[in-house]
Design a protein around this ligand. Structure first.
Ligand code: IMP
Ligand code: MG
Length: 175
């Protein structure tokens, strides 16, 4: 879907834009593992302002009392109060993960909170989030590569691929 050169050129442009927007500040990048590892590595190489980078995981589990899926942030040891935080995500699909994460981080009173995502599926969006930095808007298809996986596989691919569904009747988007 997106070849390596196209991806990396776009990521460099995003890094330039972020560097300009955060001139004179020291943003804290919070990268969401596992999917964002390749994107954040490429992005950081183009960031020219002093910055911090840290990594968290988001664990999902079914709440016992409701049908909702609760997300828990694991591994955030930094004090984000007063910081200019940029969440770095591989893909925003329904947006539910980012919505919850932003809500939880906001309670810790950062000075600012933005989302940088490599990929964004606007037609799949079901939550009130709007990423400030988007690499590519894509169709509502399941993709892998450049950190994104299908059942754990494909993260090492240096480009973005659309998953070829075996069953011709399969029409639902993956997650
Ligand atoms: P959301 O909460 O629906 O926005 O989902 C976000 C997470 O779902 C991402 O961080 C990915 O880990 C995963 N995800 C969503 N769409 C895809 C996809 O097309 N390929 C691989 N993973 C995906
Ligand atoms: Mg992810």
């Amino acid at each position: 879907m997106i070849d390596r050169a196209t991806l990396e050129t776009r990521i460099a442009a995003l890094a330039g834009q972020i560097s300009a927007d955060y001139a004179g500040r020291q943003p804290l990048f919070v990268a969401i593992l596992n999917g964002s590892f390749m994107f954040v590595a490429q992005l950081m190489k183009g960031i020219s302002v002093a910055c911090d980078v840290t990594f968290v995981r988001v664990a999902s589990y079914q709440a016992t009392e409701s049908s909702g899926v609760v997300k828990e942030i694991l591994g955030l040891t930094e004090d984000i109060r007063g910081r200019d935080v940029i969440i770095v995500e591989d893909i925003v699909d329904t947006g539910l993960t980012m919505f919850e994460l932003c809500g939880q981080l906001a309670t810790q009173k950062p000075n600012s909170l933005k989302i940088a995502t490599m990929l964004f599926k606007p037609t799949a969006l079901r939550a009130d989030v709007s990423p400030s930095y988007v690499g590519f808007e894509i169709d509502n298809k399941f993709v892998l590569g450049y950190g994104l996986d299908y059942d754990g596989l494909g993260r090492n691919l240096a480009a973005i691929y659309v998953l070829q569904q075996d069953a011709p009747t399969e029409t639902t988007g993956g997650n």
